[in-house]
Design a protein around this ligand. Structure first.
Ligand SMILES: Nc1ncnc2c1ncn2[C@@H]1O[C@H](COP(=O)(O)OP(=O)(O)O)[C@@H](O)[C@H]1O
Ligand SMILES: [Mg+2]
Length: 355
C-alpha cells in the first residue's frame, strides 16, 4: 500500500480490517520511530511487542503468546502483558529477528485454530532501513515458509524508498510464485474533496459557505489528511463562534511539513543543496527542468553543481515525495499549498542557519 503522507493508508487498513471479523491484525507501526538516522533492534522489538500486546488484549485466545515472549526474554508473563519496560527493556537487547518470527509463527497457528487469518501490518515500512539488526528478508521469508495462514501488508509514505526496501528483499531471495498486490492510494479529485467536506460538516451540523469549501478544495489538493484537519479545525471554530480563515489551517499544516522536511535535511548528506533545489524550483514557478534548476542554483547560490549530481539529488527528493516528476523531463513541487509552503519555509530556515 503506497501513497504520500496523509493520503489515508493507515486509516484504510485499520478501518477495513476492523470490519472484517475473520482477521487478527498485528500492527508494527514503524511510523513511530523518530527522525533519527538509525535505531537499534531494541526500538523495533519495542514496537513489535506493543503491537503484539494489542492483539493479546483484544483476543483472549492469543493469551499463551505472552508466555512465549516471556520465556524468550526471561521475564514474567505479567511484565510482558503490562509492558513493564523497566523490567522488559533491559532484556530486549536479546530479542532478535528469529524471536519476532517465533512469536508470529505462534500467532499464525493460534489464529488458525480459531478459524481466523493473521494479518501482519507493517506501517511505514521504509523505516526498516533505519533499524540496525532487523533482517527484513529473513523476516518475510520465515512468514512465507511457515505461516500459510498469514498475510503481510506493508505501507509506505516515501514511495521510492519503500519500493527500494521491498525490491532489495526480492532481489536477494526471490519469493517464487508468491502473490504480491501493489495498491497505490491517490488523492481525491475535486468532486470527492468537496463531497468529503460537505458530508463532514453536515455530520457536525456546521453550516459552511460554498465559497469556503471551494477555497479549501483548491488549497488542499485532495489530500484527505489536510481536508480532515481543515474540517475539524473549522467545525471547532464555528462551534465556538469565531470562524477561522482557511489560511490559518494552511499555516498549521505547512508547519507539519516543514518539520518533516527539516528532519529529512538533518539526516541527509547534502542538506544545503536539497534546500537550494526546493527554493530554485519555487523560484522557477514550481516546475522546471534539470538544466533550469542547475542554472538557478549555480547563479543564485554560487554552486557549481553538475548535471549527474543534481540528477541524483533530485532522484532522492522524488523517492521521498518532496519533489514530483512532472513528465517531459520536468520536475515540480507537490501541488497542495501546505506542502509547498512548508518545504519552502524549511529550506529557507536551513540556508539562513548556514550563513
Ligand atoms: N477515507 C477517509 N475518510 C475520512 N478521513 C480520512 C480518510 N482517509 C484519511 N482520513 C484522515 O486523514 C488523516 C490521515 O490519514 P492516514 O490514514 O493517517 O494517512 P497515511 O497513513 O497515509 O499517512 C487521518 O486523520 C484520517 O482521519
Ligand atoms: Mg500512516
Amino acid at each position: 500500500m503506497l501513497g504520500i503522507r496523509r493520503i489515508g493508508k493507515t486509516s484504510l487498513v485499520k478501518v477495513t480490517l476492523n470490519e472484517l471479523h475473520d482477521y487478527v491484525t498485528l500492527t508494527i507501526n514503524l511510523g513511530r520511530l523518530g527522525s533519527k538516522k538509525s535505531y537499534p533492534m531494541e526500538s523495533f522489538s519495542r514496537l513489535f511487542l506493543e503491537g503484539a500486546m494489542e492483539v493479546l488484549r483484544k483476543y483472549t485466545f492469543a493469551g499463551r503468546v505472552s508466555k512465549i515472549i516471556a520465556n524468550r526474554l526471561g521475564v514474567n508473563p505479567e511484565d510482558i502483558l503490562e509492558l513493564n519496560w523497566a523490567k522488559v527493556g533491559v532484556k530486549l537487547r536479546e530479542f532478535k529477528t528469529e524471536d519476532v518470527n517465533e512469536v508470529i509463527r505462534a500467532l499464525n497457528s493460534i489464529a488458525k485454530d480459531n478459524k481466523k487469518e493473521l494479518v501482519v501490518f507493517i506501517d511505514e515500512v521504509q523505516n526498516v532501513k533505519k533499524v540496525k539488526g532487523f533482517d527484513m528478508g529473513s523476516f518475510l521469508h520465515d512468514i512465507y515458509e511457515w505461516c500459510e495462514n498469514t498475510i503481510v501488508i506493508v505501507s509506505g509514505s516515501f514511495i521510492g524508498v519503500a519500493e527500494e526496501v521491498l525490491n532489495q528483499v526480492e532481489e536477494e531471495r526471490p519469493f517464487y510464485g508468491r502473490r504480491f498486490f501493489r495498491i497505490k492510494l491517490e488523492r481525491f479529485d475535486e468532486n470527492k474533496s468537496r463531497e468529503f467536506l460537505r458530508r463532514g460538516f453536515e455530520e457536525e451540523g456546521v453550516k459552511v459557505d460554498e465559497k469556503i469549501i471551494d477555497e479549501a478544495v483548491k488549497l488542499f489538493d485532495g489530500i484527505p489528511g489536510w481536508l480532515a484537519l481543515f474540517g475539524r479545525s473549522y467545525s471547532y471554530s464555528v462551534k465556538h463562534s469565531h470562524p477561522i480563515d482557511v489560511k490559518v489551517v494552511v499555516k498549521e499544516a505547512a508547519k507539519q511539513v516543514s518539520k518533516e522536511f527539516t528532519g529529512f535535511l538533518i539526516n541527509s548528506n547534502s542538506p544545503k543543496r536539497y534546500a537550494e533545489i526546493i527554493l530554485s524550483l519555487s523560484r522557477l514557478g514550481n516546475r522546471a527542468s534539470l538544466t533550469e534548476i542547475r542554472d538557478v542554483m549555480n547563479s543564485l547560490y554560487r554552486e557549481n553543481i553538475g548535471d549527474s549530481r543534481l540528477y541524483e539529488l533530485l532522484g532522492t527528493l522524488v523517492s521521498y515525495g518532496f519533489v514530483l516528476k512532472a513528465g517531459k523531463g520536468k520536475y515540480s513541487l507537490p501541488n497542495d499549498v501546505p506542502t509547498r509552503l512548508g518545504l519552502k519555509h524549511s529550506a529557507k530556515m536551513w540556508l539562513r542557519k548556514m550563513t
